[in-house]
Structure formats: structure tokens, C-alpha cells
Design a protein around this ligand. Structure first.
Ligand code: NDP
Length: 250
């Protein structure tokens, strides 16, 4: 059964990891998907995986943190597919920092620009189309938005906490228009994000830190996003779904 036939979905950060898996799942469910990222080669590979399910996705090479490129994401999607039903704000970056870093503000600005400001602007641009389609938004947050754990990665944790509150604010504003807004908060998931230089953490140690003794896979988070974006979740808005193998229990 295909749940998203004729639905139009934007997935940011679709060139890798959670976003790539989510884009493929939406394609499998019959959606027309706009794949957004900066790496053309990786986007093309994900587009091939989506096309196997019979629908050609739209590839949009864009940096979500640049306003002109953000505008082009929504404009091109609506131009090609005629509407917008679902916005998945997934693009994100993860860096090591603490407040005593000499370059703290540089890291803070770059993380906030991608993980929070870009989400705000894309939501602002997409809102009229989502109101028209009575669609929904899924923001990809993190357990870092609700759990501190160690005194590092201040900017990343702050960006995700802000994203959680933003999600709830927009959920309340758009509810009277029939638009739902939710977030998912993964714990550690095995993706390229852990290859970011200078992180000082690795997946093996994170696996040991979880209650279930494992890290997640992108496909698990994609399935959660698919559920929240579907009509099966029609009563759900302003919620944040944790999928962390029990990390925050410890
Ligand atoms: P990946 O590094 O595998 O994917 C990140 C994606 O974001 C890539 O497709 C990348 O594309 C895209 N991206 C980053 N910056 C930009 C930008 N400025 N403009 C457009 N696209 C951008 O990581 P994940 O799949 O793990 O991360 C996806 C989301 O999940 C992030 O928001 C992350 O914070 C969140 N998350 C991940 C967890 C994990 O353990 N993996 C845990 C909790 C949350 P490109 O390089 O082509 O631009």
C-alpha cells in the first residue's frame, strides 16, 4: 500500500544518512520527492534509488543556509510538482565546541545558520503552500535538544533545543489551518555525520552508552518520519518523538 501517492515532499539533507533513507521511503510510498543537498554526486545516487520506485525525484543542489538558495528550493518544487504537502527539515551539521573555544562564535553561527535559521526560513517560505494542501512539517531534531550529557557541542545542543521550541510554536500557529508540525529526536545513528573532523566521539562508545547497547540506522528514523507525516498521525502535532535506544535513560 502506497501512502503518499501524488503527495509532494521536500527532504533537505537528502544526499546522505537519515535524509537519503527518508527520501527513498517517501518515493517507495508513491511521493514526488524534491531532494535537497550540496553534494550533486550523492544526490544523483539517491535520485537513482528513488527512481527505482517509478517516480523521478527533483534534485535541487542548494545550501539551505543561503537565503536565495532556500527560496529556490520551495519555488522549484512548486514549479515542477505544482504544490507542496510535506516539508522534512533534516539538513544539519554537528561540530565539537565549548564556550571557551577562541572560535566559539564562528562555530555557533555556522551551526545555527544550518540547523535553526534555515529551518525557520524554509518554514516561512513553505507555509502558504502547506496551508493550501493542509500538509505537515517534520523537523529532524536530536536528543541533544533535551539532554546535555557532557560540556561540549554547546552550539549543536542549543540549535536542537531551539528547533524543538520552534516546532511547538509553529504547530500552534498553523493548527487552525489544518497543518501539523512535529519533530523526531534520534539518538546516535550510524551516518556520515560521525566523520565530521574533530568530533572527539565515536559510534562505538555511543553504542555502549545506550540502554539497548546499539546505535540506530537511518532507515529506522525514516520509518518514524513516514509515520508522523502520514494521515495515521492525524492527531499528532507539536510532538517530539525520541528514537535513541534508551540513551537518555542512563
Ligand atoms: P549526514 O551527515 O549523513 O547528513 C547530513 C545531510 O545534511 C547531508 O545530506 C548534507 O548534504 C546535508 N546538509 C548539511 N548542511 C547543509 C546545507 N547547508 N545545505 C544543504 N544540505 C546540508 O548526517 P545525518 O543523516 O546523521 O543527519 C541528518 C539530521 O539528523 C541532522 O539534522 C542531524 O543533526 C540529525 N541527527 C543525527 C544523528 C546521528 O546520530 N546521525 C542523531 C540526532 C540527530 P550535503 O553535504 O550534500 O550538503
Amino acid at each position: 500500500m502506497a501512502f503518499f501517492v501524488n503527495k509532494v515532499v521536500i527532504v533537505t539533507g537528502a544526499s546522505s544518512g537519515i535524509g537519503a533513507a527518508t527520501a527513498v521511503r517517501f518515493a517507495q510510498e508513491g511521493a514526488n520527492v524534491a531532494l535537497v543537498g550540496r553534494n550533486q554526486e550523492r544526490l544523483s545516487k539517491v535520485a537513482e534509488d528513488c527512481a527505482k520506485f517509478g517516480r523521478n525525484p527533483l534534485v535541487i543542489k542548494a545550501d539551505v543556509s543561503k537565503d536565495d538558495e532556500a527560496r529556490s528550493i520551495v519555488a522549484k518544487t512548486v514549479e515542477v510538482f505544482g504544490k507542496l504537502d510535506i516539508l522534512v527539515n533534516n539538513a544539519g551539521i554537528f561540530k565539537h565546541d565549548n564556550i571557551q573555544n577562541p572560535d566559539f562564535m564562528e562555530i555557533f553561527d555556522s551551526i545555527m545558520a544550518t540547523n535553526m535559521r534555515a529551518v525557520a526560513f524554509l518554514t516561512n517560505l513553505a507555509a502558504p503552500y502547506l496551508i493550501e494542501s493542509k500538509g505537515n512539517i517534520v523537523n529532524v531534531s536530536s536528543i541533544s535538544g533535551r539532554y546535555i550529557g557532557n560540556p561540549y557541542k554547546i552550539s549543536y545542543k542549543t540549535s536542537k533545543a531551539a528547533l524543538n521550541h520552534f516546532t511547538r510554536c509553529i504547530a500552534l500557529e498553523l493548527a487552525p489551518h489544518g497543518v501539523r508540525v512535529n519533530s523526531v529526536s534520534p539518538g546516535p545513528v550510524d551516518t556520515e555525520i560521525f566523520n565530521t573532523p574533530g568530533l572527539l566521539i565515536n559510534l562505538a562508545s555511543l553504542k555502549d552508552a545506550t540502554a539497548l547497547g546499539r546505535v540506530g540506522e537511518s532507515e529506522e528514523i525514516a520509518d518514524l518520519i513516514i509515520f508522523i507525516a502520514s494521515d495515521k498521525a492525524k492527531s499528532i502535532t507539536g510532538s517530539d518523538y525520541v528514537s535513541d535506544n534508551g540513551l537518555i535513560l542512563k
